[in-house]
Design a protein around this ligand. Structure first.
Ligand code: NAD
Length: 340
């Protein structure tokens, strides 16, 4: 199938090209993000392959449907950037990569937690400048602390397991029960309990209308003073202004994020010679107790291989009319919610 592949970097092209040896699709790579403005590039392609910050809204889907679009292949797990109802109405199938390496994301989340808590980012710069002072570098023992994990799917359960290994008391909240929670010795509690009792909170639920700004000024107000927040899920789950207010008063003791509400205009690009126009993001970077990575939690060799292989298999299955288990539809999402 002819596939227009958006938001591609050298590494995407390498992994997809290698995986395509066993599929034989005709891949055309575009560096541009898919937006309404760049959508004409995808006209006359039956398949479009997109990533986390591409926008497949109703207008773009309608435009491309009129030019032969049949498949949207997400090369990520999240699908918050695709209008599923519009896709269904237009007869366009949406496929995704539900699980590539939950370990990649879980391990990066823990890397952020350890670096933030023990101030590794600050120590690294200091030592390179010959400054061996320890002032401002004090962390806390994770052992014995209460860790809250919101969302106990593939990634969240690994986080809970790793934190149990550190000797944390792990509280979890999910709208769907996961029997693994008890098996690993964590405790399933209400969201309110988790929020009010945790010393650190890690977010692993998807971005949906229900989870948008789940972390806001009210929930932050209910948290323990000095709480550490981790978000490697989706930026929109956190109200950044509210967290900044919390960081200023000390209510929030640390923030480590791999995702940011307005990341689409920043992440994945080298902007080191540019002025950052996003004042909220710029403010975040001024805090000594904030650590930001640019949506790299998924970025391991194993995950990239798996993403490329699954993305192309999904397209092959749709092309051959086989039932693709990785299809995302409104019904599937609703059924999953109703089963909870
Ligand atoms: P998953 O589907 O396996 O698990 C998500 C869990 O969240 C499910 O158990 C679900 O029941 C739960 N959930 C849904 N709504 C909820 C709510 N309102 N409150 C609490 N829990 C809720 O997904 P996963 O593979 O564990 O991935 C989690 C998220 O991580 C994804 O949605 C994606 O946004 C993000 N992600 C980020 C990266 C990255 O590179 N930073 C990579 C992959 C995934």
């Amino acid at each position: 199938m002819r596939v227009a592949v958006f938001s591609t970097k050298k590494y995407d092209r390498e992994f997809l090209t290698a995986a395509n040896d066993s599929h034989g699709h005709s891949l055309e790579f575009f560096e541009a993000r898919l937006t309404k403005a760049s959508a004409p590039l995808a006209r006359e392609f039956p398949a479009v392959c997109i990533f986390v910050n591409d926008v497949m809204d109703e207008a773009t889907l309608t435009d491309l449907a009129q030019h032969g679009l049949r498949v949207v292949a997400l090369r990520c797990a999240g699908f918050n950037n695709v209008d599923l109802s519009a896709a269904a109405r237009l007869g366009i199938q949406v496929v995704r990569v539900p699980a590539y390496s939950p370990h990649a994301v879980a391990e990066h989340t823990i890397a952020l937690l350890l670096a933030l808590n023990r101030r590794i980012h600050r120590a690294f710069s200091r030592v390179r400048e010959g400054n061996f002072s320890l002032d401002g570098l004090m962390g806390f023992d994770l052992h014995g602390k209460t860790a809250g994990v919101i969302g106990t799917g593939r990634i969240g359960i690994l986080i809970a397991q790793i934190l149990k290994g550190f000797g944390c008391n792990v509280l979890t909240f999910d709208v769907q029960q996961n029997s693994e929670v008890e098996r690993i010795g964590a405790q399933s509690v209400s969201l309110d309990e988790l929020i009010s009792q945790s010393d650190l909170i890690s977010l692993h639920c998807p971005l949906t209308p229900e989870t948008h700004h789940l972390i806001n000024s009210e929930s932050i107000g209910q948290m323990k003073r000095g709480v550490v927040l981790l978000n490697t899920s989706r930026g929109g789950i956190v109200d950044t202004d509210a967290v900044i207010a919390g960081l200023k008063t000390g209510q929030v003791g640390g923030l480590a994020i791999d995702v940011y509400e307005e990341e689409a205009d920043l992440f994945f690009e080298d902007l080191s010679s540019e002025v950052i126009h996003d004042d909220v993001f710029a403010r975040l970077l001024t805090f000594p107790n904030v650590l930001v990575t640019g949506h790299q939690a998924f970025f391991t060799q194993e995950a990239m291989e798996q993403i490329a292989a699954t993305t192309l298999s999904n397209i092959t299955e749709i092309e051959s009319g086989t039932d693709c288990p990785n299809t995302v539809t409104v019904d599937k999402v609703l059924n999953k919610t109703q089963a909870r």
